[in-house]
Design a protein around this ligand. Structure first.
Ligand SMILES: [Zn+2]
Length: 84
């Protein structure tokens, strides 16, 4: 199983999406993928990037770790299966 969602880069553990037969996906999280399909099949790389950064900004982390993660997020996202 992948450690991170291959669409948005968030940790997969306890947040796996579902396949058409109801089993848990080993690739994508519940926010990206449900019943064997992407929830938003037409989302672009830039839209996903913005969403991830907004999510990090709104998270409860300290400022330093937020800045560090926001800095690294575009590089992480580019490596994921969905965006390669
Ligand atoms: Zn995801």
């Amino acid at each position: 199983m992948n450690k991170f969602c291959q669409s948005c880069g968030m940790p997969l553990e306890k947040h796996q999406g579902t396949e058409t037969d109801g089993t848990l996906s080993n690739e994508y999280c519940e926010m990206c993928y449900r019943d064997g399909q992407f929830i938003e099949p037409n989302i672009t790389f830039d839209q996903m990037l913005k969403r991830g950064i907004d999510g990090l900004n709104n998270s409860q982390r300290n400022l330093f770790s937020k800045k560090f993660m926001i800095w690294g997020y575009p590089y992480q996202l580019k490596k994921l299966a969905r965006w390669r």
